[in-house]
Design a binder for this molecule. Structure first.
Ligand SMILES: *[C@@H]1O[C@H](CO)[C@@H](O)[C@H](O)[C@H]1NC(C)=O
Ligand SMILES: *[C@@H]1O[C@H](CO)[C@@H](O)[C@H](O)[C@H]1NC(C)=O
Ligand SMILES: *[C@@H]1O[C@H](CO)[C@@H](O)[C@H](O)[C@H]1NC(C)=O
Ligand SMILES: *[C@@H]1O[C@H](CO)[C@@H](O)[C@H](O)[C@H]1NC(C)=O
Ligand SMILES: *[C@@H]1O[C@H](CO)[C@@H](O)[C@H](O)[C@H]1NC(C)=O
Ligand SMILES: *[C@@H]1O[C@H](CO)[C@@H](O)[C@H](O)[C@H]1NC(C)=O
Ligand SMILES: *[C@@H]1O[C@H](CO)[C@@H](O)[C@H](O)[C@H]1NC(C)=O
Ligand SMILES: *[C@@H]1O[C@H](CO)[C@@H](O)[C@H](O)[C@H]1NC(C)=O
Ligand SMILES: *[C@@H]1O[C@H](CO)[C@@H](O)[C@H](O)[C@H]1NC(C)=O
Ligand SMILES: *[C@@H]1O[C@H](CO)[C@@H](O)[C@H](O)[C@H]1NC(C)=O
Ligand SMILES: *[C@@H]1O[C@H](CO)[C@@H](O)[C@H](O)[C@H]1NC(C)=O
Ligand SMILES: *[C@@H]1O[C@H](CO)[C@@H](O)[C@H](O)[C@H]1NC(C)=O
Length: 655
C-alpha cells in the first residue's frame, strides 16, 4: 500500500543488523535457471507458428484445463509434506497422519492452502521473504520446534502483488531457489543486491555491466527492440527491465525470459512447487483513480485474465501480443510470443514504482538519452498516466462487449495491483472455482505514518464483496483500522472467518465455504522492517536484518513472544485443518479450539481514534547493527522475557 504517496517521506532509516543466529544459507549457489524462450531471443516479441488449434480467450467460469490437470499432481504432491507439517504441529489428541491418509482419496477434503504476499516495494519483498523462508522446510531452522517450515511445501498457491510479486517472480525465475540462496546470490551476480538503486544499476563486477551508462544502454536498446517490433513502449518497460537485473539471475536480467515459461519448467510442471500468481488492476484510459470495482487481472503461468464478471475471460499468456479480436486471432493475423516478458509482468504488478523511480531520475546520473526517452513518453501519455503498463493490442478487444469496459479499446491499460487498495493478492485465491481452505495473508502495507499495516488491504477485499463486480465471492467481515490498532489485530497474527456461519453472502450464499484468512501483519521483532516504500537501496546488513525480522514475524519469534506464541505452530496446523475438519465432520480438537479462541478476531470493535498515533514497540528488541544504524529499545519487559527465553535455549542475542 502506498497510501502515503503524497507525503514522500524519505526519512532516514532506522534499521538493524541480522541477529547472530540468522536465517542460514544452504550449501551451494543459487541456480541460474534458464527460461529464456522468447522467440526473438531478446526483449521483443516475435512471430511464431500458430498452433493447429488457434489460441482463444476462454470463459472464466472455471479454472483452465491446464490448471485443473496440474492441480491433480500438485495436490497429490502436497499430501506427504502436509502429513509432516501437521505432525510437527503436534496437535494433542489428533493423529495427523491417520487423518490425512483417511481422506486422501478425496482431494476436496484435504486442506487447500494459499499464501498471499502483499505489495509495498522492497519492504514487502524482504518481509515476505522472511515469511517464505520460515515456511520453507528446506531452510535451516525452519522445522525447529516452533518453526512453520513445510507450509510452503504444503501450499497449492503462492500469490504476489507488486513488491510481493517481485519476490514470487524472483523465486520462480531462479528455479524455486530458497530465500537464503536468493539473498546470498552467486558470484558475480547482481541477484538481490539492493545496495545500489536500480537507477544506478549493478556494480562493475556484475555479470556483464560495466557502468551506469552501459547499463542504461542495454535497457534502452531492449525497449527500443520492442518498439521496432511494432509495439508501444511504456515506462513500465524501462522499469521492468531495470528491476530484472536484481531479480533474475541471468545476463542483463534475462531479457528473453517469459512468465509463461514457468509452465514449461520441470519443477513447476511436476507439481513440486505451488502455483505462482501475480496481480494487476485494470484502469480505463483517462481514469485517474482506480476504484474498488475496477477489474482485477491475474497472471499465472498459463494465462492472463480476470474472474470478474466485467472481463470474465482468460487469454493464453504465451500469445499475448497477438491481435485477438472477439476472443480469437483472426485467420489473417499472426501469432506472436514473447510479450509476456518476465520483468514486464513483474513491472506491471508494481507499476506504481514508475513514479517512485521517476522522482529521482535526475539525481542518479541516468544518461540523458534515457531521461529524454522517458520524458517523451510522459509528454504523450500525461503525467497522470506515468504508472501505466500498456497492453497493446488489447487481448480482450471486442470480448464480452456487454460487460467489458475496455472492449472497444485497442489498448488495455494495467496498473499496480495495489492501486485499488486491495494490496494483498487475495482476489485469485477467494475465487470459489479454486476452492481454497486457508490463505496466509502476509501484509507489509505502509498504512500508518510509520509504515505499518492497519488492515486497510484486508478491509478493501471485504468491502469489494459488496460491489456487484465481486460476482458472489465471499469474504469474512473485517473491521476498521482503529479496531485493528486498538485491539492489536495488527500486532499479532489474527484469524478472520473462523465462524463458518458468518460471511458476506454475495450471490453465492450457498456456495463453498470461503477460506479462513490467517492475517500476518508486518511487525518489528528484531529489526525495523517498517522501512519507507520510497527507499530504493539497502545495505546487505539491513536487507538481511529485515528478512530475519520477517522470519520472526512468521514464527512469533520462534514461540518466544506473547500469549499462545509457544503454541503458534500448533495453531497454524489448526488453521490449515479447520475447513477440512468442517467438511469431514471431524470434532475440532480442544487445542485447536483454544487456538481459535486466542487468534480469531472475536467480532468486537473499538473504533476510538488512536491517541498519539500508532507507535508500536519492537516485540523482541532491535539489535545494534554493523551498518551503524540502530534504534529504539524494545518494550523493556518483553526484552527481559526474551532474554530469559534466549538464555534458556542457549542462544546469545545482542540487544
Ligand atoms: C470448464 O467448463 C466447461 C463447460 O462446462 C467444461 O467443458 C470443461 O471441462 C471445464 N473445465 C474444467 C477444467 O473443469
Ligand atoms: C528463530 O529461529 C531462526 C532459525 O533458527 C533463527 O534464525 C532466528 O534468529 C530465531 N529467532 C529468534 C528471535 O530467536
Ligand atoms: C532446479 O532445482 C532442482 C531441485 O533442486 C534441481 O534438481 C534442478 O537440477 C535445477 N535445475 C536447474 C536447471 O538447475
Ligand atoms: C463502479 O462504481 C462506479 C461508482 O459507483 C460506477 O459508476 C461504475 O459503473 C462501477 N463500475 C463497475 C464496473 O461496476
Ligand atoms: C459471474 O459472472 C459471470 C459473467 O457475468 C456470470 O456468467 C456468472 O453467472 C456469475 N456467477 C455468479 C455466481 O454470479
Ligand atoms: C495488429 O493489427 C494492427 C492494426 O491492423 C497492426 O498495425 C499490427 O501490426 C498488428 N499486430 C500484429 C502483431 O500483427
Ligand atoms: C489506516 O491506513 C489508511 C491507509 O491505508 C490511512 O488512510 C488511515 O489513516 C489509517 N488509519 C489508522 C487509524 O491508522
Ligand atoms: C518504524 O517504526 C518506529 C516505531 O513506530 C518509528 O519510530 C520509525 O520512525 C518507523 N520507521 C519508519 C521508516 O517509518
Ligand atoms: C533519491 O535520492 C536521494 C538522494 O540521493 C536519496 O536519499 C533517496 O533515497 C532517493 N530516493 C529514491 C526513491 O531512490
Ligand atoms: C469429496 O468431499 C466433498 C467434501 O466433503 C464431498 O462434497 C464430495 O461429495 C466428496 N466426493 C466424493 C467423490 O466422495
Ligand atoms: C457429524 O457428527 C456428529 C457426531 O458424530 C453426528 O451426530 C452428525 O450426524 C454428523 N453430521 C453429519 C452431517 O454427518
Ligand atoms: C458476523 O460478524 C460480525 C462481526 O464479527 C458481527 O457484527 C455480526 O453480528 C455477525 N453476524 C452473525 C449473524 O453472527
Amino acid at each position: 500500500m502506498y497510501s502515503s504517496f503524497s507525503l514522500l517521506s524519505l526519512a532516514s532509516l532506522a534499521l538493524a543488523s541480522p541477529s547472530l543466529v540468522s536465517v542460514s544459507s544452504e550449501v551451494g549457489d543459487v541456480i541460474r535457471r534458464a527460461l529464456p524462450d522468447s522467440p526473438s531471443g531478446g526483449y521483443a516479441p516475435a512471430e511464431v507458428k500458430c498452433p493447429s488449434t488457434r489460441p482463444t480467450v476462454r470463459s472464466a467460469k472455471n479454472v483452465s484445463q491446464q490448471e485443473s490437470d496440474w492441480l491433480r499432481t500438485r495436490r497429490g504432491n502436497t499430501v506427504q509434506p502436509m502429513i509432516d507439517f501437521l505432525r510437527g504441529a503436534n496437535i494433542p489428541g489428533f493423529d495427523a497422519q491417520t487423518y490425512i491418509n483417511n481422506h486422501r482419496q478425496n482431494l476436496t477434503e484435504l486442506p487447500n492452502v494459499g499464501i498471499a504476499l502483499s505489495g509495498g516495494g522492497y519492504r514487502a519483498l524482504m518481509n515476505g521473504a522472511g515469511f517464505v523462508a520460515a515456511a520453507d522446510s528446506r531452510v535451516a531452522g525452519s522445522t525447529d520446534q516452533h518453526g512453520i517450515g513445510g507450509l510452503l511445501q504444503s501450499a497449492t498457491y503462492l500469490a504476489g502483488l507488486s513488491g510481493g510479486g517481485w519476490l514470487v517472480g524472483s523465486i520462480y525465475a531462479n528455479n524455486f531457489s530458497t530465500v537464503p540462496q536468493l539473498r546470498d546470490g552467486s558470484a558475480g551476480s547482481d541477484l538481490w543486491q539492493f545496495s545500489r538503486s536500480i537507477l544506478k544499476g549493478p556494480k562493475e563486477n556484475g555479470i556483464s555491466i560495466l557502468n551506469t551508462a552501459s547499463y542504461w544502454d542495454d535497457v534502452h536498446d531492449a525497449v527500443d527492440a520492442k518498439r521496432d517490433a511494432g509495439y508501444e513502449a511504456s515506462i513500465t518497460d524501462y522499469w521492468g527491465r531495470t528491476l530484472s537485473y536484481q531479480l533474475i539471475n541471468a545476463k542483463d536480467g534475462g531479457p528473453s525470459y517469459t512468465f509463461s515459461s514457468i509452465s514449461r519448467s520441470p519443477g513447476f510442471n511436476d507439481g513440486n512447487q505451488p502455483l505462482p500468481i501475480l496481480v494487476a488492476d485494470g484502469r480505463l484510459p483517462n481514469e485517474k483513480v482506480v476504484a474498488l470495482n475496477s477489474t482485477v487481472y491475474e497472471f499465472n503461468p498459463w494465462e492472463m485474465g480476470s474472474f470478474d464478471p466485467s472481463v470474465f475471460g482468460f487469454v493464453p499468456l504465451q500469445y499475448l501480443g497477438s491481435n485477438f479480436s472477439a476472443g480469437s486471432i483472426p485467420d489473417n493475423e499472426r501469432c506472436m510470443s514473447g510479450f509476456d516478458q518476465y520483468g514486464y509482468v513483474m513491472g506491471t504488478s508494481s507499476s506504481l514504482f514508475n513514479q517512485i523511480a521517476l522522482r529521482n531520475i535526475s539525481s542518479e546520473k541516468v544518461p540523458s538519452f534515457v531521461t529524454n526517452a522517458i520524458e517523451g513518453l510522459i509528454e504523450r501519455i500525461g503525467q497522470a498516466n506515468d504508472d501505466i503498463a500498456v497492453y497493446h493490442p488489447n487481448p480482450f478487444y471486442r470480448y464480452n462487449t456487454k460487460t467489458n469496459p475496455s472492449a472497444e479499446e485497442t489498448t488495455l491499460t494495467l496498473v499496480d495491483g495495489g492501486e485499488d487498495l486491495q494490496n494483498m493478492p487475495l482476489h485469485p485465491l477467494i475465487q470459489p472455482e479454486r476452492g481454497l481452505d486457508v490463505i496466509f495473508a502476509v501484509d507489509s502495507s505502509a498504512d500508518t505514518d510509520n509504515n505499518f499495516p492497519n488492515g486497510t488491504a484486508l478491509r478493501a477485499t471485504y468491502d469489494r464483496t459488496a460491489e456487484p463486480i465481486s460476482n458472489g465471492t465471499r469474504f469474512p467481515v473485517v473491521p476498521d483500522a482503529e479496531t485493528f490498532i486498538n485491539k492489536g489485530l495488527n500486532q499479532r497474527p489474527t484469524f478472520f472467518g473462523c465462524d463458518p456461519k458468518n460471511y458476506t453472502t454475495g450471490g453465492r450464499a450457498n456456495g463453498p465455504l470461503p477460506p479462513l484468512i490467517v492475517y500476518v501483519p508486518l511487525m518489528a521483532y528484531t529489526a525495523w522492517g517498517n522501512v519507507s516504500t520510497f527507499t530504493m537501496s539497502y545495505s546487505d546488513a539491513d536487507r538481511n536484518a529485515i528478512i530475519q525480522n520477517g522470519f520472526n514475524v512468521a514464527t512469533m519469534g520462534n514461540g518466544t513472544t506473547g500469549d499462545m506464541s509457544t503454541q503458534w505452530r500448533t495453531c497454524i496446523g489448526c488453521a490449515v485443518l479447520q475447513r477440512s475438519m468442517l467438511k469431514t465432520n471431524t470434532t475440532i480438537p480442544a487445542a485447536c479450539q483454544e487456538c481459535f479462541q486466542s487468534h480469531c478476531w472475536d467480532g468486537t470493535t473499538d473504533s476510538r481514534p488512536i491517541a498519539g498515533g500508532y507507535q508500536p514497540n519492537a516485540v523482541i528488541g532491535i539489535q545494534e547493527t554493523s551498518a551503524g544504524v540502530s534504534s529504539r529499545a524494545g518494550d523493556f519487559n518483553k526484552v527481559l522475557g526474551l532474554v530469559s527465553a534466549v538464555v534458556a535455549s542457549g542462544l546469545v542475542l545482542v540487544i
